[in-house]
Design a protein around this ligand. Sequence first.
Ligand SMILES: Cc1cc2nc3c(=O)[nH]c(=O)nc-3n(C[C@H](O)[C@H](O)[C@H](O)COP(=O)(O)OP(=O)(O)OC[C@H]3O[C@@H](n4cnc5c(N)ncnc54)[C@H](O)[C@@H]3O)c2cc1C
Length: 389
Amino acid sequence: MKNQHVLILGGGFAGVESAIYLRKQGIQVTLVSDRDYLFIYPISIWIPVSKIPFEKATIPLKELQKVHGFNLVIDRVKSIDSANNSVILENQKINYDYLIVAIGANKIKLPGIENTMSICGAPDQSLVMKDRFDALLKKGSGKIAIGYGGNPKDKSGVRGGPAFEILFNFIHVLKQKKIRDNFELTFFAPMKELGKRMGDSGFAMLEKMFEKEKINKRTGKKIIEFSENKIIFEDKSTLESDYIMYIPASTGHAVLAKSDLAFSNSGFIKIDDNCKVDKTENVYAIGDIALIEGPDWIAKQGHIAEVMARNTAYNIGQQLKNSNKRKGYKDHLNILCVMDTGNGAAFTYRKADKDFIIPLPKVGHWLKQGWGYYYRNSKLNKFPRIPGM
Ligand SMILES: Cc1cc2nc3c(=O)[nH]c(=O)nc-3n(C[C@H](O)[C@H](O)[C@H](O)COP(=O)(O)OP(=O)(O)OC[C@H]3O[C@@H](n4cnc5c(N)ncnc54)[C@H](O)[C@@H]3O)c2cc1C
């Protein structure tokens, strides 16, 4: 068993968690990533408002390698050849006994997207957002537009939460600086109702927050394209803005077009409940790149990526022992989010039979900060792990 080699593609939430849990079983692991750090996306929302420096949202993969003892290759995956158990990277080819694909998702690119910034894009976009927000603060007035897009082929790829977090964090800073009244804030999205995915309670709470904070809405209209300082909608109406933060919906990864793995028409890898890729025996896909089957409201989230990762490590371990025991991800599907507002947060939860949202002024913000601290230090074995987290 010790000689079997698991190759993991991707050094994000899913890839790193699966590496840790495979290494706990003594299995030989190589992790490939095109970045040399893990990016802690959930706390990156505080980079544009200068609450944390960029580095605080990163964990160097070398440090994780030292602690957990996996092989690390910094390189870009070009294609996957599962028929021959091999992966082509930009600089080498690697063979494997088992493969875990965890390279995240790509984004749907609307025309003129280069005129927008996204907190869900390449990590350094958060720094561009910070510089542009700082410039607006210096100017003292302006128009800010924040929004997200849809993917009609797969609703699980829509990411609205961080857009709300950026919006409320910006408002918090503007209020602190006593310049809120000098700014026009507009939220835009193709959906009619914002935050519906969180359930009726989340939707009602967001409505109230939007009214209280006097946020304009441009919703229910398809976004067609962007130009410099302008958003253009399907009915040809436009929204002018000095600052456009737009989170496009996710779609499959470009690498899949050059690979032989089965993917859905929305571009995500088709897996079974145990995360095993369709028509393969030794390939798994986890995290944002996997097609998640579940209720209409389900979202691709970090905690689901981690459940998939731990289950996959377990399932490979069982395969290596010739055992039939397996763990599935579908029972764990839920929405779990601490939506930060800069001076508090809302704890949102949704499962098949219930949904609720609990406002947590002040303490919610500390909770999310605490989670960031816990995430980093528990991954580096400096803190004991809380089961399931
Ligand atoms: C701003 C923001 C806030 C969020 N907040 C929350 C939250 O509060 N709660 C929650 O549960 N979820 C949250 N999420 C979602 C969560 O971050 C994602 O679901 C999670 O990161 C998915 O993990 P992943 O490993 O599948 O993908 P990623 O984290 O995207 O990791 C993909 C990895 O693959 C690497 N890679 C990509 N292409 C290649 C290639 N060709 N070759 C080699 N390596 C490659 C990347 O460098 C990266 O290391 C948030 C997301 C964002 C963007």
